[in-house]
Design a protein around this ligand. Structure first.
Ligand SMILES: Cc1cc2nc3c(=O)[nH]c(=O)nc-3n(C[C@H](O)[C@H](O)[C@H](O)COP(=O)(O)OP(=O)(O)OC[C@H]3O[C@@H](n4cnc5c(N)ncnc54)[C@H](O)[C@@H]3O)c2cc1C
Length: 387
């Protein structure tokens, strides 16, 4: 039976970053994935992921994303690939009932964090939003915008691919198309069984995304819910000059009504726009991966029409992806309650990609030193005790 210093189960966003950082540090490491990453069956596909320094989800994420931005640039220098595009990020709230004193508003939360952490930004009123960003010509007169020049998007498939290739160059072994079926541990280490072999290691990182609940059982199967999400690429109107002037954005346009989108990218002739839904639970096995014409129409009518100028109702591409969400929508990063030497990571509640490079570095430190430089204590399982 092959023995490694570290094993990583799942080579998506989190696992690819972890296996790369471990291999770079000279650790004898193997990664295992049931598919051939980057692939379209998990949570890390669809061309683009938002990244922003002022992470409105909470202050605990700010140091993590800062490290990720550093690592994306390091990876670009090593690989020659474009991974992180600082297109600028616009977070805006625009609806008639918007209360500028509402502390729960996502734009105001983002703004508050930027002020606290000294993150470069501008505050825009409705007139400035309309002038600077023609796609938002229709914002309400009371709209407010937060513009972060360092924000933008990363390319998820490329990030995974680059990190896996670099990991292999540093000597990592990658078992692809191989499914882990059992994990055991004792005082000497862990034993991982796949549908093709058994492997042993001193340390194990489990970053199985949507599949984590099924693989790990209690308490993860109770704490993690999988939600199907849809992504749409709407064709631009002829003559719509959005290339170079459309930012990455998050638009709140009503109470609990939000969608997000990406810049019009050269040669694509479209804007990618998506929402997040937390009503209908799914499983990786039963996830409906097709998008119907009715769903395309509904998306256009509810989110795009009257809100985003320069975009037609024609969907030129769509995709289905899934969030794995915890009860409080924050991450779980903790040692497994019963398996020894095992760190469980990743169910990132739909906002994890931007942090993945830095988290991979932190998980590698956990494997090597037993702890990470980043303080990840707020993501511990303890907060769910009794649930
Ligand atoms: C539609 C959508 C939009 C998003 N937008 C953003 C965004 O704008 N910004 C942002 O920061 N984040 C965003 N996210 C979240 C982010 O993409 C995820 O948090 C992140 O990609 C999750 O990575 P992961 O490594 O946990 O999971 P995955 O990348 O899915 O990786 C899990 C891997 O585990 C493997 N695996 C599972 N079980 C086994 C097993 N038994 N044996 C072997 N291998 C196994 C799978 O094959 C898979 O490759 C979005 C997510 C979605 C779905």
């Amino acid at each position: 039976m092959e023995r490694y210093e570290s094993l990583v189960i799942g080579l998506g966003a989190m696992g690819a970053a972890t296996v790369y950082q471990l291999a770079k540090a000279g650790v004898k490491v193997a990664g295992i994935d049931r598919h051939h990453p980057p692939h379209t069956f998990g949570s890390s596909h669809g061309d683009t992921r938002i990244t922003r320094l002022s992470v409105g989800e909470g202050a605990q994420y700010v140091p993590i994303v800062r490290n990720s931005h550093r690592i994306w640039r390091e990876l670009e220098a090593l690989s020659g690939e474009a991974l992180f595009e600082q297109s600028g990020l616009l977070v805006l709230t625009s609806w008639e009932g918007f209360d500028p004193g509402d502390a729960s508003d996502f734009t105001l939360r983002t703004l508050g964090l930027a002020q606290t952490y000294g993150i470069e930004h501008e505050v825009l009123d409705a007139k400035q939003i309309r002038q600077r960003f023609p796609q938002f010509a229709q914002v309400a007169d009371n709209a407010i915008g937060y513009y972060e020049p360092e924000g933008g998007f990363v390319r998820p498939e490329r990030c995974i691919d680059v990190q896996l290739k670099l990991a292999e160059q540093h000597g990592a072994t990658l078992y692809k198309g191989e499914t882990v079926t059992d994990i055991r541990s004792d005082a000497h280490g862990v034993t991982v069984t796949t549908d093709q072999r058994m492997l042993q290691a001193d340390k194990l990182v489990v970053s199985a995304g949507n599949w984590a609940g099924g693989l790990l059982g209690s308490p993860f199967d109770r704490l993690l819910s999988v939600y199907r999400q849809q992504l749409f690429w709407f064709e631009l109107e002829p003559g719509a000059e959005l290339e170079g002037v459309s930012p990455t954005y998050i638009l709140t346009h009503g109470q609990d009504e939000t969608h997000y989108g990406f810049p019009a990218l050269p040669g694509e002739g479209s804007l990618k726009i998506a929402t997040a839904q937390y009503h209908t639970v799914s499983t990786p096995e039963t996830l409906d991966r097709s998008v119907s014409a009715a769903q395309e129409r509904e998306m256009y009518e509810q989110q795009v029409q009257g809100r985003i100028a320069g975009v037609t109702a024609k969907v030129i591409k769509s995709a289905v992806c899934a969030y794995t969400v915890t009860p409080d929508h924050h991450f779980i990063i903790d040692e497994h309650p019963t398996l020894q030497h095992t760190l469980v990571v990743s169910p990132c509640s739909g906002h994890g990609f931007k942090h993945s490079a830095a988290l991979g570095e932190a998980f590698a430190q956990w494997c090597i030193y037993g702890k990470s430089e980043l303080d990840l204590s707020s993501f511990s399982l303890k907060r769910f005790e009794g649930q």
